[in-house]
Structure formats: C-alpha cells, structure tokens
Design a protein around this ligand. Sequence first.
Ligand code: NDP
Length: 263
Amino acid sequence: MKLFSIFGNPVSHSRSPLMHNSVFKNLNYSACYTRTHLLDGTKLKETFFALGLSGANVTVPHKEAAFKACDEVRGFAKTVGVVNTLINENGKLIGYNTDADGFMYAIEEFENIKKILILGAGGTAKALATRFKQERIEVSVLNRSEGRLSFFNDLACQTYTWDTFELSSYDLVVNTTSAGLADEELPAPKKLILSILKNTNYIADAIYGKLTPFLQLASQNNITYKDGADMLLGQGVLANELFVNATLKKEDIKREMAMSFLL
Ligand code: NDP
C-alpha cells in the first residue's frame, strides 16, 4: 500500500486526508493519506523519506521550503518557486504546483475578471499572481510587511504595505493571508478592508471550512463571495492525478473528492 501525507503547521484543520482517502477507498486504489505536523520546513525532505511516502501535499508555511527541498521541480512550480505537491520518483523528490490552476477552476463562475487585488504575499499569493499575469489580468498586492513584495514588483504588479496602500477599484479581491485561519483576525486593518470591500465586485478567501472575519464582512456588505473550498477541490484533483500517475480518470477523482466535501 502506498502512503501519502500533508505537511503543514498548523495541519489539523486540513481536509486533504479525507479528500484523497475518499478517492483511494472508493476507486479501490491501494493507498492511505495521513497528516504530518511539521514545525521546521528544512526537515521536509528527510521527514518525507523517513516516513516512506510515495507523495505529499505541502501547506502553510512550508511551500517555499518545499521548492528548495526538491531534486527537480516541474511545470508551473518552476516558474513560481512554490511547491504544494511532492512525488517520490525512484527516490528523487519531484515538485509540482497545483494551487494556481485549482484557483482558476474556483473562479470560473466569476465574470469579467480583469483587475485583482491580492491580500498577502506568501507562497499562495506568488502562485496566483503569476497565474493571473499569464491571463493578462492586472494585479495589485497588499501585504502586512514589505519584505516579500520584491517578487511581485519583478512581476510588474502594483505593490503596497498597509501604510502605503492606494485604493483603486477591483473586479476581485482574494485573501491569501493566513489571517482568520487559526484566529479571528482580518487580513488588514478594518478601515482598509471596509474601503476595499466598497470597491470590488467579488471576494474570495483561500481559507476554507469557516466563514473568516473577512468573508463575514463581505457578507454584511452584500458582496458575492466564496471561501477556499473549490480551490481546495481543484488543487486536490490535480494533485491526486499526480499521486496515482494518471491511472485513474480525472472525472472519477473529481466526483469522489467532491463527495468527500459532504462528509
Ligand atoms: P505563507 O505563510 O506563505 O504566507 C502567509 C501570508 O499571510 C504572508 O503574506 C503574511 O504576511 C500574511 N499574514 C500572516 N498572518 C497575517 C495576519 N495576521 N495579518 C495579515 N497578514 C498575515 O502562506 P500560504 O501562502 O502558503 O497560505 C496562505 C493561506 O492560504 C493559508 O490560510 C492556507 O491555508 C490558504 N490556502 C488554501 C488553499 C486551498 O486549497 N483552499 C491552497 C493554498 C493555501 P507577512 O509577509 O507580513 O508575514
């Protein structure tokens, strides 16, 4: 039996074990998916091999460490420097990124998205900004601190910290910060968030499984919003295809994984 896991800190909230195990169990694929609470991202590779894993997902805050840990990085992950899916290929650690395409799937129902504000500048923000730019979408990034903004300047995004922010109007605002994940914080000071909410058509949060304070404010302001569940499904289907090395049909994986959201 093959063994898979998700690495993160925190990781207890993750629905990935349920999603992937539903696929494995219901499609008779001999594998099991567990979770690993990893404090130190530099220990990712040795922990992966010590556990005898065939593959893994990586969540907050280790996606950039995962990129560094890989023997080889393929596809979009190479462009963006962020890895969320790991495969053991004959003892070598191969890295992929399925987050960005998962998010594009999630916002398919939002129309006319030409200008996006991303809140946060971590691994998820990097993946999304790079993908949006490929779609020729205008991207602005607002982060708590300045340190991580240079990546986005190089991508030709408008970048701001809370102190330098200049409000504009947006089609979509996406929260990629971890504010609201394990606390009740907003991704930026409330006054800023309220002004942003008055100037956007849609809101999305990468966090799933709870109505974050950010989404609560969107709801109170009658803005169409969605949490990170569809993104989770999109990235999960693509990761599972890699785990089973395309031996299962994508539509079957998607059906079983979507069913796990009802559990
Ligand atoms: P990172 O650790 O790489 O980045 C976190 C970002 O959040 C940084 O920009 C950080 O700012 C900011 N931040 C953290 N705490 C606060 C706070 N209290 N207030 C304001 N900003 C804050 O995380 P990831 O990009 O890997 O993940 C981000 C979120 O997206 C997580 O909640 C994760 O669960 C979710 N996610 C969901 C997915 C899904 O499938 N639905 C897929 C991927 C991610 P600074 O630079 O100042 O430290």
